[in-house]
Design a protein. Structure first.
Length: 466
């Protein structure tokens, strides 16, 4: 076999294999290892220490376009410099680079080899003091993700040059960034103003665990950055959520996706929903104490084009609000998630009523509703028989009856998650696999896969997530 097939045919076979067995290909023979490595375009490595063979290993993957390195060592920055030089020399085709190290500083990124300047995507952890003027060297960069680490006691080092930095000329045409993700920004990180002033093309903005967005005297720079946004994510950033939402109302009409987790206030969220000029398609909210029926009524009135609606741990929402959503969005909604939502457990018949309204539903996520019963989900599935993705993870009261209902009602199902459903047994999983002709991904415990089920998984290239 090893000598009969040419390199091109072997590579074509490799490309059609599902992900789990792929690494074992390199163990068949030296030729297969060489071909597998030469066809690999993405690699993720965790480096507890620098190995002399790292450069040789990377060089054996000549077509790497995406590389992720995570370093936990407590050694000095010299160690980081050595790794960066190694990556620069060994990965000439690199376009997306993730580098997570506690010792990566602004001075180091300013001294990167020029080979990095052609990157399209950069994901880094950056130790304070922080500045962003180094981005002017990355003329091709479209996606930036920065985790700000360390105390901000020394950020005054850059603030002392604030006037000089703020007077720097804008980059001609601005940065090419289309996606910006910032994590761990503190209220004293005023150097963000330079970033906002040069971001004119950003379509995706993600702020995680952020306490500020720059100096208030230059707030207009941030506002201008909102003009072309299409997607906004605000996670655990309670101190800035209200400010961002209220400014989105006035300065953004292109937004179509909003995610807010663990932050904000009822008033600002309601104001955004009622006054926004945006044609929203996706809303994802995890706001246990800041979301109630008034918000759902407003969505039903003003966001009639919603395609995806996700709620998690929203304990103040009731069946009345969800029924209103169902009636208003029945002709558009394709994805609904009610994750760990009390209303699913408290109001019998709610899911069946909502399911009858949502005729276009394709994705349903009811994970971690610990009191969810077979009867409730089965009555909903009778109406939602066009589902291609279903998640019931962490619903311990569901039994084999649910898998039987899925097999009967969901003939188009491609992905199902029944992890941590303790009352669903081996026979039920086997029946589900045999009765779902389109199934391509299943999340279930390994000990619930019978020999027949394993054979089905292998023969039909079904991916099992455990």
């Amino acid at each position: 076999m090893d000598t009969i097939l040419c390199d091109e045919l072997l590579l074509e076979i490799f490309n059609h294999l599902p992900p789990p067995p792929s690494p074992s290909l390199s163990l068949v023979s030296k030729r297969w290892r060489r071909l597998f490595r030469s066809s690999t375009t993405s690699l993720s490595l965790h480096l507890p220490s620098l190995s002399s063979s790292l450069c040789n290993f990377l060089s054996s993957h000549p077509y790497l376009s995406s590389l992720s390195l995570s370093i936990t060592t407590t050694k000095t920055t010299t160690y980081v410099d050595q790794i960066l030089v190694c990556v620069s020399n060994s990965c000439p085709n690199l376009k997306n680079f993730t580098f997570l190290s506690a010792h990566f500083t602004v001075l180091q990124i300013q001294s990167l080899p020029t080979s990095f300047y052609g990157l399209n995507g950069l994901n880094i952890s950056l130790s304070r003091p922080i500045c962003f003027s180094w981005l002017s060297q990355f003329g091709c960069l479209k996606s930036l993700s920065v985790l700000c680490t360390g105390k901000n006691d020394n950020s005054v080092e850059f603030d002392s040059m604030g006037d000089e930095m703020m007077m720097m000329k804008n980059i001609d045409g601005g940065l090419k960034l289309e996606s910006v993700c910032l994590t761990g920004v503190k209220s004293g990180d005023f150097s963000l103003n330079w970033l906002w002033r040069n971001c004119k093309k950003v379509k995706t903005l993600k702020l995680k665990s952020c306490e500020g967005i720059g100096g208030t005297s230059y707030f207009s720079d941030f506002i201008k950055c909102l003009n072309n946004l299409q997607e906004v994510e605000l996670r655990k950033s309670r101190t800035i959520v209200d400010v961002v939402l209220l400014n989105l109302i006035e300065n953004c009409s292109s937004l179509n996706s909003l995610l807010v987790y663990d932050g904000g206030s009822r008033e600002s969220l309601l104001q955004f929903i009622t006054q926004s000029r945006c044609k929203m398609q996706k809303i994802d909210l995890r706001l246990p104490l800041d979301l109630d029926n008034s918000h759902l009524f407003a969505m039903a009135e003003n966001f009639r084009g919603l395609v995806s609606l996700r709620f998690e741990s929203c304990c103040l929402v009731t069946g009345e609000g969800l029924k209103t959503i169902g009636r208003a969005l029945g002709s558009s909604l394709e994805e609904l998630a009610l994750i760990s939502c009390d209303v699913v457990d408290k109001e019998p018949g709610l899911l069946a009523t909502v399911g009858q309204c949502l005729k276009r539903l394709r994705i349903l996520d009811l994970s971690y509703n610990e009191m969810l019963l077979d009867k409730e989900i089965n009555l909903m599935l009778v109406s939602c028989n066009d589902l291609f993705e279903l998640k019931l993870r962490g619903c311990p009261r569901l039994t084999n009856a649910t898998t039987l209902s899925i097999a009967k009602s969901c003939k188009k199902l491609e992905s199902v998650d029944i992890m941590f459903c303790s009352k669903i047994g081996v026979e039920a999983v086997e029946l589900l696999l045999l009765s779902s002709p389109r199934l391509r991904l299943v999340a279930v415990e390994q000990n619930k896969l019978s020999d027949v089920a394993r054979s089905r998984v292998s023969n039909y290239f079904i991916k099992v997530v455990v």
